[in-house]
Write a protein that binds this ligand. Sequence first.
Ligand SMILES: Nc1ncnc2c1ncn2[C@@H]1O[C@H](COP(=O)(O)OP(=O)(O)OP(=O)(O)O)[C@@H](O)[C@H]1O
Length: 245
Amino acid sequence: MLLELDDLSLRFGALPVLQGLSLKLQPGERLALLGPSGCGKSTVLRVLSGLLAPGGGQLKLARPLRFGSMFQQPTLLPWARVQDNVALPLRLQGMAKAAARAQALPLLERVGLAGFAQALPHELSGGMQMRAAFARALVNAPDVLLLDEPFGALDEITRERLGQELLAWCAARPELAVVLVTHSVFEAVALADRVLVLGPRPSRVLLELDIRRERTSTDWTRQDAYFALVRQAQQALADALREAA
Ligand SMILES: Nc1ncnc2c1ncn2[C@@H]1O[C@H](COP(=O)(O)OP(=O)(O)OP(=O)(O)O)[C@@H](O)[C@H]1O
């Protein structure tokens, strides 16, 4: 076990957001979180990374963990070159500029942006900016990647391609664990090993789907089992939305 949330509860002032939420993450596992808008998915990511303290319950870490994060917007510094944007987490850890830049370069190559190291963010397309954000999330060799709707603002084709690149990256780094927040049931079942459907606020886990048991190595998103799991998650989500309404 890499990390565990045990019976988490959290409120913002008078607003109870999470109540009795438990989850576990194993090394190398990809976990997707689905749930109605505002149910607290981003809040769970903030608790996992230590940005928010649980109100009740516990966050247990197997050891001190490194986290990398990526959001719906690339959040690149507009005045900094792509290479410096990617190197930023290392600079914030105190690494010297030259060393941080050198460490950023192979990641830029890996995400297909080697030729754009000296470009400014506005010179990149939306998909390329997300690639730069992906490289930045990976530059400090994280144990856990926290992804908050990272492909949500992209067109369908770029979205699918980046999803495939995420899977390729995970295959190359078998120890890397991922928590993916998404609104897309299709994306969750396509990319994750396990899918958790959260209920309306105060939120807890309503349904857990184990994708690994069913997943095929090739053409997974064309299999009947894929669509059966998508339907199951859709049903749970529809129930949660009805409850929320
Ligand atoms: N810092 C904060 N202060 C007060 N309320 C907050 C804060 N952060 C989030 N909230 C509230 O907590 C609830 C959960 O927010 P959160 O962003 O975690 O939901 P979400 O499930 O990620 O939403 P969405 O799917 O729409 O992105 C919302 O009602 C939100 O308004």
